[in-house]
Design a protein around this ligand. Sequence first.
Ligand SMILES: C[S@@+](CC[C@H](N)C(=O)[O-])C[C@H]1O[C@@H](n2cnc3c(N)ncnc32)[C@H](O)[C@@H]1O
Length: 244
Amino acid sequence: MEIPLYFYAAYRDLDRLSPGSEETTLRVIDNVDLDRDDELNILDIACGVGTSTVLLANHFEKSTVEGFDMFEHYKNNLEEKIDENGLSDRVYAYQMDMRDPDFANEEFDLVFCEAAIEIIGFKKGLAEWKRLLKPNGYMIVSDVTWLRNPSSESRQFWKNIYSEVDTIENKISQIRNLGYEFIDYVVVPKNDWKDYHNGLEKNLNSLSGDKSAKEFVNQIRKEIETYRRNTDDYSYVFYVMRKV
Ligand SMILES: C[S@@+](CC[C@H](N)C(=O)[O-])C[C@H]1O[C@@H](n2cnc3c(N)ncnc32)[C@H](O)[C@@H]1O
């Protein structure tokens, strides 16, 4: 599958392809009881431009970190970051599908997936990726979650995009039902969304003359406006859990 060029243009120079920040990711990682001096194996699923992959590598300084994405463009982005940060001895980039990750069972101490599990589905992703974790290994995923009873606009918007948007309480039950120990959750804060949307908007303005991008640009604008009108309704929420 080829991604149109305007897609890359819309996300150009953004740190992430989702709302987030170094501060938020570090708050999330703080919940795992792993020794930073150990030589751990870490996987970043659907790494996008690789910012969190590198952050994980910098935080767990002795660990091997592998990141993959479905698209060559993002694999190349991560490779560039690996070179820039001098991490080629322990960070690796692959092109791979999250529906069939080509790794052995029980290979990882930590599996991380930011803003992408909706592609396979929350329950399916957690069920299928569990095999990748060592016993007691940690899984961290973020997923779109209702923070309160949402407006009909929010409901309608997400209904067309992702059927597994749910409350924190229900997500935690699903995690437990899939045989994980639930550890904690972290809500991606409004400021992360604000910065992300401001960056996106700047890029969209530069695409205004591209007729082929019109539908795509309108969809992203709708995503931004829906969020701005309903900031208290939903967010990405990181869930930290452990394989038991
Ligand atoms: C919203 S972005 C999140 C990227 C990154 N984790 C972040 O937070 O910036 C979703 C990512 O999933 C990737 N993707 C889409 N389908 C995929 C698949 N089947 N397997 C692996 N990656 C996929 C996209 O290329 C994109 O990089």
